[in-house]
Design a protein around this ligand. Sequence first.
Ligand SMILES: Nc1nc2c(c(=O)[nH]1)N[C@H]1C(S)=C(S)[C@@H](COP(=O)(O)O)O[C@H]1N2
Ligand SMILES: [Mo]
Length: 534
Amino acid sequence: MRPARSAARRIGRGFASTTPSALCGVLAAALLLGTADALSWLFAPGSSPLIALGGLVIEQTPAAVQDAVIATFGTDNKTVLLVAMGVGGALLAGLIGVLGRRRRRTSALCVAAVGVGLVLIVAMRPDTGLADVVPTLVGTVLGAAALPMLLSAWFRPSQESPQHRRPDEPQDGPAEGIRSRRRFLGLAGAAAAVSVGTLAFGRSVASVTRDAAEAAADLILPRPVRAALEIPAGASVEVDGVEPFITPNDSFYRIDTALAVPELEPEDWSLRIHGMVEQEVTLDMDELLALPHEEHHITLTCVSNPVGGDLLGTATWLGHPVRELLARAGPLDEADMVLSTSIDGFTASTPLEALTDERDSLLAVGMNGEPLPRQHGYPARLVVPGLYGYVSATKWVVDLEVTRFDRAEAYWTERGWDAEAPVLVSSRIDVPRSLDAVVSDAVVIAGSAWAQYDGVAEVEVDIDGDGWRAADLAEEVTADTWRQWRLDVEGLAPGRHSATVRAITHSGAVQSGDRRDPIPNAATGHHRIEFRVE
Ligand SMILES: Nc1nc2c(c(=O)[nH]1)N[C@H]1C(S)=C(S)[C@@H](COP(=O)(O)O)O[C@H]1N2
Ligand SMILES: [Mo]
């Protein structure tokens, strides 16, 4: 036999026996996770190992990687995480399956070890009791038991028995081989059906409970003592393709570390204000809603927004001024920071001053006339004009600790981001879209600019590197909101052109053109697009 052919045959045989054993591993893992997921949704809400593992991965992923994922995939970052987890999990499970071809017992132990790891991860989550680990334990027992059975059905009863056959050789000639394959197909089919079925069941129970909870979310918003300014028609430049001034709730960007949105009911909510204060204050939802509420238009921005990106939006927020809440507690003179904590453990460090000065920092319960959507912090969150979300906009907020920057650190600060992060002036071109062909010699270039708390005073556009020209600005609603702008250009010759934008604030800060990554305190650089005139 020629060596090349025998090598090819060996590889072929290797493949033929590796693929089914890897498949056995994947099936056992699916059985483990599917059962655990479904049981958890039925009996111990929030204890799914998938959610716990995802949470851990999010927490442990280096900030630079997270940021790259957020910058590239924006709000889809959670899907990317799930796909990555799926691929990683399938690889590991496949490896365990391949190992199990020769060592059934060891592979079952590996599944059990992975299961115990998952149990520990579930147990590490805040607020877990004994009942929360049961679903994962049950799944683990099933998965560990299923793997050797599947392998035995495909190959032959056991490698650990004293017969000296090649492992992939059926036991008693072709007839036994076929029976064994049938047994395998039956078992594998059952395992696949059970895992897909339970997983789908678990997910649908999850969505039914969520819908029910959403329907039951009957927080009645208080009438504001101070309503938001009416948005003047002049706040829009009336150009198709420019993002509307108010971002609807269902298209508002969402960024957080929560894989499963916390389900916090108003009757279970309370806020504790403590730390360096004269007196601790605790407030439940009825008490909060009875306090005077104000409505303000505020643009919220994510520090991870890349140049030209869309991780920002403007809403009309309804809330009680944080300034007044803090005044009840009486912060001590030495304090300079408030560490806010969410029900899921996320923390943000906000300069005390930004919460006590005259700006409209809110403990918000309403967003665009509705209770906060669950994804955006139901039943209460912070909104602070002029600071990036990660240092101020804690959703599902339940705790405010008055402290000092040299005493406490927040979630993202521990991961390399700046402890303080005021919003940098920035601007974006929405129209034309990059590489659009414009069929006219009267070109409209338009977009938005923002510099919350300072406010946008000027926007300038540079066409083809010919120098900055002043754009027409829409009416300013407040210094805390973004501002639309447009520039009408005539007489551009057919062919390729570029446009670059920059903004200048009321206090004279000019948007920097230096290209810089978002970490540690926001990207800088001018948004530039290219388009064709035809
Ligand atoms: N509990 C909690 N609050 C959070 C976060 C989080 O991960 N967890 N992320 C912050 C970040 S980084 C941003 S940009 C804003 C985004 O708010 P949104 O999702 O309502 O747009 O929420 C902030 N509040
Ligand atoms: Mo963010």
